[in-house]
Design a protein around this ligand. Sequence first.
Ligand SMILES: *Cc1c(COP(=O)(O)O)cnc(C)c1O
Length: 478
Amino acid sequence: MTPEEFRRYGKQVVDWVAGYLSTIEDRPVRSPVAPGEVRDRLPAHPPERGEPVEDLLGDLDRVIMPGITHWQHPDFFAYFPANASGPAILGDLLSSGLGVQGMVWATSPACTELETVVVDWLAELLGLPAEFRTDGTGGGVIQDSASSAALVALLAALHRASGGKIRDHGVADTYRMYVSTETHSSLQRAGRIAGLGGGNVRAVPVDPVTFAMDVGELRRMIAGDVAAGAVPALVCATIGTTSTTAIDPVAEIGALCREAGVWLHVDAAYAGSAAVCPELRWINDGVAEYADSYATNPHKWLLTNFDCGVLWVRDRRPMIDALSILPEYLRNTATESGEVIDYRDWQVPLGRRFRALKLWSVIRWYGAEGLRAHIRTCVELAARFARLIDADDGFELHPGHPFGLVCFRPRWPSSVPDPNAETLAVMERLNASGELFLSHTKANGHVLLRLAVGSPATRAEHVEAAYRRIAAACQERR
Ligand SMILES: *Cc1c(COP(=O)(O)O)cnc(C)c1O
């Protein structure tokens, strides 16, 4: 494709995306296709001869679009959002256009240096501690996901806990990490990937009302493990659990970690973005004092297209020591001078995309003001929906919804034999309608419906319509 052809088709594609975003509301939120339907409409073999872009775009409309669930739809409430925005899409396009692979500083200095600046900017926007800034002992880095951030934090924690021994000798059956029963599954996986063994990832029980980690239990588990000769390496506290946005008591957990010499990782993958609003910064109580690492995903709720997860560490040394290897072919004078950052040592893969461009583009387009307005709108809309549910005798509202997520369940008459099955059936019927998309979770044995407000396109009329549709669907089955 010549640059001239690229210019022509590129304009068509940008027009296509703009058209898609401006008419997204006319489409059913959840894709209605059955398993295999998209695949069946695609040729089994690749073309021998190159094909025109027009054919590709035709097939996009004909074959691909029916199989798309519309995450940016204003009635998409199922999962935490995966926000897309104009400036992020353009930033990603520029990144693709440059085609840079920024594994080390020398492979494109601006890729590294812009990243350093934007993760420091983001730390400031979120009110995170000065120790997380790159001009101190710590620093931030853009990862592909909060899952990768957790794995990197765990590897750094194991390195620190072992005094560097795991690099050469592995983890054996010595180290333990602690999560709660509500912690995201990516932490369990990080434990497995790091070779700890699933059995050495301890799940601490939670408070039955708030779903926050029970710190007394954590203390007992750590003491028991130490008494048995094991080494506690990491505790993960969550700010905004995936199931119900519960918040672990970070300060209390942190004080215990400090006392026991254990690494504290804070997973705020979804809710962390809320801290752009000063009135929501309380969610990070304890982070400045105690967190060794902290992760949040601008690719969820901060208007930045997937993928963009940011990990900050208070002390970058154990992470870099755990991960750096310098083969001959990567040796260069800049690295050897010690004056530059090589982000390859801050992540699991070697190669890395120029993701900072889209975050830069987003922060500059919206400004702090615009980012706060987005979060505040979502929080207000969620509160509006929660008030409607709370005022309706037909529902029970799950307590606590400081962010965009509201959990609730329909009340069924006592004649209904299996209330959970009934709730799931209502959800399935609503989702199949294409008019909105919800998800569910389970808490204390009850199936709860989850309505997560997060799309910048969602307005009051959408959450009000969602309430009316849900109430009507429940009424029909009572
Ligand atoms: C979404 C989520 C994750 C996983 O995020 P990825 O970026 O998809 O890995 C981890 N923790 C919490 C609390 C989440 O909500």
